[in-house]
Design a protein around this ligand. Sequence first.
Ligand code: ZN
Length: 252
Amino acid sequence: MVIDSHTHIRAGNDDIGAFINGMDEAGVDMAVVSPIAPAELGFMDNEYMARLVKQYPDRLIGYASVHPSDEHAVDQLRRAVEDYGLKGLKLHPPIQNISMLDPRLGPIIETCIRYDIPILVHTGPVYSRESRMIFSNSVDIDELAIRYPDAKLIIAHGHPFGIDPVMVAKHENVYIDTTSTTSEYLTMFPQLDQMLYDWMRRDDRILFGSDSNQNHPERFASDLKPLRAMRISDESKEKLFSGNIKRLLHMD
Ligand SMILES: [Zn+2]
């Protein structure tokens, strides 16, 4: 089974069929889809995710997003989990223009801990000029993991050669997703597969992701291909492609 832990739906294109087709063509059974609050950013909202998951309950898992500057953020998150059945929280600090260490995130993170839902945090590159990359520094996750040892934090777009794997090794509550970066490096340096995977340290906390959306459904296949080719054990692949995210989302 393959579960993609990191995808989006972009505003302005209702062709969800292209997204599902991309999953089918790549052999992806289920995908975690995230909005980014507020909806004006172009990545939909919690209500949309709830409707979408209802439409494709066997194929999609929805996350929620809230913005800490919204005084109703905690209520919105509670509704997203309890009423809409959303299973995690997406944070995109550079696009949302917030620091991961903003104290207003505290009650939101505490709510995630209470519901035992993971927090998928964007790190690394952003290409829109107005997005502040000072807010996508993955080192901030180290601080978050110390402040909130019970929060389940996922380093999105984890950098396999940098210090991100160190944070996974250091903190039991930190996970890393392979989205874009790991697949890109494996494509450039396929011979490093085993070393790279070992450097990522904790094979029970690595998650496959592709950042696919309905405008780029080909990413399902292109991100999967170099990961599937890795010369690692079948057991490690099972964890990477589905086992770890299933455990994180209590799907077993
Ligand atoms: Zn994302």
